[in-house]
Design a protein around this ligand. Structure first.
Ligand code: FES
Length: 189
């Protein structure tokens, strides 16, 4: 047998006092780590709170008042303004969309239509001379009540919005975005 080879010796499986101390430390660290998990999860949930709020359901937003919507049956366009929360940042009130409001002679009932084209999301324009709406992107045309003028690239009529007239004549609209390019009116989350 060559001189540099040593005979095999079985390892000693009984942990030494030093080894036992290391194992105890490791277990303590694991337990400590587990104990900090619940506060971390709770903190993370609060940290993500703005993201949760961003998907809140549609709400009524003040737009204008009845006196600003002439009762001649012609739709008028108004900006929808709201404070925006983008992830963790709050912004000052700014336009987030537009609506057409109209009312008939002597009526306080106000009809609201989203100005977003249901075809692909361009802004629909009013054509007062022709008494209809027209979308400049692909030429969809709509009647004053939002009904579709066939044939049309748009798969559906303009999207109606819920509208409230308050005691003092203020008009609030339930602002919602809808999926474009489909026949059904489906609100976006
Ligand atoms: S986006 Fe309006 S017709 Fe296409």
């Amino acid at each position: 047998m060559p001189g540099h080879l040593r005979p095999y010796a079985a390892p000693d499986h009984e942990p030494t006092p030093g080894r036992r101390g290391a194992v105890a430390k490791l277990l303590a660290m694991l337990c400590g780590g587990l104990a900090t998990l619940p506060p971390l999860v709770a903190g993370g949930w609060n940290f993500l709170d703005p993201l949760r709020r961003r998907s809140a359901a549609a709400t009524f937003l003040p737009v204008t008042d009845v006196a600003s919507v002439p009762d001649d049956g012609l739709p008028r366009q108004f900006a929808v303004v709201a404070e925006r929360v983008d992830a963790w940042t709050g912004f000052a009130a700014e336009p987030i969309g537009a609506v057409y409001l109209r009312r008939e002679k002597g009526s306080d009932t106000v009809e609201a239509l989203s100005a977003t084209c249901p075809h692909a999301g361009c802004f629909v324009e009013m054509e007062p001379q022709e008494r209809c709406f027209r979308c400049p992107c692909h030429n969809s045309r709509f009647m004053l009540d939002g009904g579709i003028v066939a044939p049309s690239p748009s798969p559906r009529a303009m999207d109606g919005l819920e509208c409230r007239v308050g005691k003092n004549g203020e008009i609030a609209v339930k602002w919602q975005n809808f999926y474009t390019g489909i026949a059904e009116k489906v609100a976006r989350p």
